[in-house]
Design a protein around this ligand. Structure first.
Ligand code: G4P
Length: 528
């Protein structure tokens, strides 16, 4: 098809991890390999430290910097790699979940000392929902980590994914000697440098060879032989289809900060990671190779600087070719829109682009026309599905402090929630506005922005809910009765879908048991 050449050379992915596992460090090493940056440390400014103060302005300022590096495009061995950045701060987890809807695969970084951590679990849940292919990088092998077999078992059990080791470590911590590449059958000896030298690699086809002892000593050679025999017996060869279907995750061991084990992973990544995939819409599957352009908005970033009120909508191209200055259909608004200054993201700068292809992410200036999930096409009416919303974790009532500004407040909160800053619910049978967020920081962001951008003063009143569940039922009467009986816990979301706000897991489970005709959904589709 027309754009196959462009599609076949693209890989769009994200690196995900629990904060501090090494995502930023790994990103930086990948960019070094791609020649996108020349020096180490260049990506650091992008990082929002987990210990960041609760000063959201500072965090937003850093996020502002991070817009430029939201997508890092670089070439490696003639493959164009689009690496989508995800915020490290847990309060911005929703941003990460949405970014995952725009990638074709992920690399999951796990700290060998800490193993599976809370954020790792949640991110993997999102990947599983979409059957996203995952490559696992077990980082910090230069530290005394968990036993390698125990670690694999922990990851398999906790993340509910089968693993397939591609490299195998020889010890860890001070004793870490390197990795054996099970696929290419060679040994890479660990050197604590920032450059991986070719000389460090020793081909060892047959592990019984004496060269192994020479390189790593008798004891470790014996352990490695035993390990590899066991692994070969258990895992066999990697089944690429299982990987592409998200059933099996290839695993690499390494140390990002020492640039060790990274190249092996990158080389495998460009071979096996999926090219831009076909995508489901509400009416049909859209093939990446179709001639006509389509894409969707997965993230909106607002500028907090009052002098620059622009927002940037991030659009993933799904099919065809996107062109600057051409009119496209904004399906939800049923209007034609065009973009004079769309830009692409190179690791160093933002550049205006003339066209883009499936897998690419384009930044579009937006004055409030977009919300998450919006679809652009060349005229056809469909919207992409599989863009989920998750339950917030903190709920507060929005209280208007200035009745003269009610209209501004309503407009402001609608626009902010369109951007995905938070979720908005309205009390069932009433007017009370309930805001749901993943982290406390967002409430500060909302309060600040409502005042600065809309002139509306507000405050928040804490509500005792812990989870929102979307409700459906084949029996509309039963659902209505439930909502009436449970009015205190019932609300409507922005699309008028009914929601149950649970006070605790116990209450939630009780309601689920007592109401077999009602289905409680833990996620909701942005486009229904
Ligand atoms: P994140 O983006 O996932 O949050 O993690 P990041 O890369 O910032 O790494 C978190 C910390 O772990 C950093 O140390 C980083 O240097 C360190 N790190 C990354 N990879 C390795 C590794 O392979 N081995 C070891 N031992 N450490 C590693 P920091 O002290 O928080 O920051 P910095 O002062 O080093 O920049």
């Amino acid at each position: 098809m027309k754009y196959d050449k462009e599609i076949n050379r693209r890989k769009t992915f994200a690196i995900i991890s629990h904060p501090d596992a090494g995502k930023t460090t790994l990103t930086e090493k990948l960019l070094l390999f791609g020649g996108a940056i020349q020096t180490a440390g260049a990506v650091k400014s992008n990082k929002i430290k987990k210990h960041a103060t609760s000063d959201f302005m500072e965090i937003e300022r850093q996020r502002g910097i991070s817009v430029a590096t939201s997508v890092m495009s670089f070439e490696y061995q003639n493959i164009l790699i689009n690496l989508l950045d995800t915020p490290g701060h847990k309060d911005f987890a929703e941003d990460t979940y949405r970014t995952l809807t725009a990638v074709d695969s992920v690399i999951l970084v796990i700290d060998s000392v800490n193993g599976v951590e809370p954020q790792t679990r949640r991110l993997m849940e999102v990947c599983r929902m979409r059957a996203t292919p995952v490559i696992v990088f077990i980082n910090k092998m230069d530290r005394d980590g968990k036993n390698r077999f125990d670690l694999l078992e922990e990851i398999e059990n906790e993340l509910k994914i089968s693993l397939h080791p591609m490299t195998w470590p020889i010890n860890s911590g001070k004793e870490f000697k390197g990795v054996y590449n099970l696929h290419d059958k060679n040994l890479r000896l660990f050197a604590a440098s920032t450059k991986a030298e070719e000389e460090d690699i020793v081909a060892i086809q047959d592990l019984s060879s004496d060269v192994l002892q020479e390189k790593i000593g008798d004891r470790d050679a014996a352990v490695l032989r035993e390990d590899v025999e066991l692994i070969d017996g258990v895992y066999g060869a990697l089944n690429a289809t299982d990987y592409l279907e998200g059933k099996i995750a290839p695993v690499f061991f390494g140390s990002a900060v020492n640039n060790f084990g990274v190249k092996e992973m990158l080389d495998t990544f460009i071979q096996i990671a999926p090219i831009p995939r076909d995508r489901e819409t509400n009416i049909r599957e859209v093939k990446a190779g179709e001639d006509k352009f389509s894409g969707f908005i997965f993230k909106i970033h607002a500028n907090l600087d009052p002098k620059h009120r622009d927002r940037i909508a991030f659009m993933r191209v799904c099919s065809g070719r996107f062109e600057r200055n051409k009119y496209y259909k904004h399906v939800r608004l049923e209007k034609d829109v065009r973009f004079t200054n769309p830009y692409t993201f190179l690791a160093r700068s933002k550049d205006i682009i003339d066209d883009a292809y499936p897998g690419d992410v384009v930044g579009l200036f937006d004055t409030g026309n977009f919300k998450i999930g919006d679809t652009l096409t060349e005229g056809e009416k469909f919207y992409f599905i599989g863009i989920p919303t998750f339950s917030p974790e903190i709920f507060k009532e929005l209280v208007n402090k200035d009745p003269m500004k009610t209209k501004q407040l309503e407009k402001g909160i609608t626009q902010l929630t369109d951007e995905g800053v938070a979720q908005l619910f309205t009390q069932f049978g009433g007017n009370k506005k309930i805001i749901g967020c993943v982290g406390d920081l967002q409430f500060e962001v909302i309060q600040y922005r409502l005042l600065q951008e809309y002139g509306a003063a507000c405050e928040f009143r804490t509500l005792p809910f812990y989870k929102a569940c979307w409700l459906t039922s084949k029996d509309q009467n039963k659902l209505n009765d439930f909502l009436r009986f449970k009015q205190q816990n019932a609300a409507m979301d922005k699309d008028e879908s009914p929601v149950y706000l649970a006070q605790s897991e116990w209450f939630l489970n009780t309601e689920i048991t007592n109401n077999p005709d009602i289905t409680f959904h833990f996620t909701n589709e942005v486009n229904k």
